[in-house]
Ligand binder design. Sequence first.
Ligand SMILES: O=C(O)CCC(=O)C(=O)O
Ligand SMILES: [Fe+2]
Length: 331
Amino acid sequence: MSDLSRTVPQEQLPSEDLHPLPMPVINLGHLSLDSATRSRVVNDIAKACHGLGYFQVINHGIGQSVMDCAVKAASDFFELPNEAKEEFSSEDLRQPVRYDTSSKDSISMSRAFLKHYAHPLSDWIQYWPQKPPIYREYMGKYAAEVRRVALQLMEAMLEGLGLGKEYLDEKFQEGSQLLSVNCYPKASQCDTTIGLAPHSDYGFLTILLTSCRGLEVVDRSSNIWKTVQQLPHALHVHIGDHMEVLSNGRMKTVVHRALLNPEEARISIASIHGFALHEKVTCAKELVDEENPPKYKESSFSDFLDHLTANMDNKHRNFLDSLKKCKDYRA
Ligand SMILES: O=C(O)CCC(=O)C(=O)O
Ligand SMILES: [Fe+2]
């Protein structure tokens, strides 16, 4: 019996051997080639977003060394003595930088995380940790590069929805970027193997960089947890709650969780992209008609933070559910 089967119920174990997880791989460099090639890539992204809600990107232009350095900055931070990390501890979700070691959901107990804003970088970087000394430089470089990728993807997704790549351009340019930097210990027999409880991300899209395997997503067709394979140099992308709202349900948010890796401690850096704090996200009016009335209430990132604060001790603090106009709506 493996360590995993000891703490995760059998029916929740990944079954990728029987039904491998489909993983579209998008060559991002092809978005800037001729218009026929770009259209093909836009279609591939749209297909992945409609059918699965996730895909991976390669040839994204972020150098391997930039990615490695971001992981190193994170890992060096988590190795600091507790006092240095606890300087950033806060119950207030609106703090610009926040460190915590366990979650109020009583599931994600073994995860340590550091969350901070990253756009506009010049506004936020002054609040980031100064130890380790490389943190600001390495994480700042990665943050700026991953945001460029997010904007490229956003354009392609909007085009894929038929909204045009310039749709709400200014609001996306001025939008927020939240880095969720996670550290999970290696799985051991006495630990729970769930590092981060099932959830979806609030933003339009999340770009995830991980040091090794551990991410799982719910496969929509089978409703089974599936392990996400770690492709070399790829970044994992998934759709968040606000993209489901904007697309009026055409694109679906992805429920995901992290399991502890049985071989090594794990770092993940989730870059979550949304509108600015108080900017409301509504269903795009172009995607609303008599047959498709708006399925979600409008909301902002700030509303999401209020929702989390009000549901801190609740295991089922699903933000998207709170936005659904018809609570028993099933897509
Ligand atoms: O660690 C992972 O693979 C997932 C992290 C994540 O989902 C998050 O920070 O929102
Ligand atoms: Fe997440």
